[in-house]
Design a protein around this ligand. Sequence first.
Ligand code: DAH
Length: 360
Amino acid sequence: MTDLRALETELLAAAAAAKDEAALEAVRVAALGRNGSVSALLKTLGTMTPEARKEQGPLINSLKDRLSAAIAARKDALRGLALEQRLNTETVDVTLPVREPPAEIGRVHPISQVVDELTAIFADMGFAVAEGPDIETDDYNFTKLNFPESHPARDMHDTFYFNPKPDGSRLLLRTHTSPVQIRTMLAQKPPIRVIIPGRTYRSDSDQTHTPMFHQLEGLVIDKGSHLGHLKWILQEFCKAFFEVDQVKMRFRPSFFPFTEPSLELDIQCQRDKGEIRFGEGEDWMEILGCGMVHPNVLRNCGLDPDEYQGFAWGLGMDRIAMLKYGMPDLRPFFEADVRWLAHYGFRPLDFPTLAGGLSN
Ligand code: DAH
């Protein structure tokens, strides 16, 4: 007959000595597991006489209960100990300054921000975004846009040419985003409603001109599009972009070879000690060129001007970024100075939306 007392003492001592949960589990399996010593004792009950079972049963079962309770208590103690050890090693000094994660330190360039703002505004009106290459053909940059060869209007677009090809034609860096109007009309059937943000180039450099700059073109072609639509779109754009409730606008006649009539849009503003405010004041600021697409341009793209008509506009994105965000000089836009970017840049996770606010 097993000495229950000795067995209990031995098992309780083993449980108390277990250094971690794994060791304790080994003690439990050795005693209470399927082939454990206490389980083996319980199995002997079946072979005993009823009298012996009546005496041994409660003894063995109470041993099992006491052992189970001791193991559970030891387990709790070991857990508490392990937690305490972790807490002692994993300390956090809450007085240290917080190091900003990269997504918080990085800043979005004002031009990228303005592209996102303009995209949000015009996408809300149903415009898609179209793009074209920076390196263009003379045909798309000028001829198809109704600039005849050697027309003086080409002089305003002095640009960078590549070496002539054997056939005499020369590629160039596009002087405006307008060639993408041609590409879009050649590739898509009306109705067309696109905006075209992109880089443009002219050989020019001073405080407000850089050899590379950015434009945003707009193009709408449909059967019944007219100047009234253009006016409304530009008015809604100005209010949304400058984040004001109303703007006074003024259209002046102008000339572009690819539009007829051609107009320039001025918006009302107030100039005060070098600061400009929109939506008030008596001064005017020119912000873009626009007009009805010239019938020759439609024809050059295979569209019948008796069936389709439309309008377009082009604006300098650097210029409206400078106006909106009060940046006096254009050149730092392209100097990649992180101090300038830290000051004028935008937080990357604050993506502009009409509902959530464009620039806050
Ligand atoms: N492409 C013109 C420029 O760079 C701007 C422009 C004016 C674009 C009138 C247009 C427009 O689409 O209709 O000077």
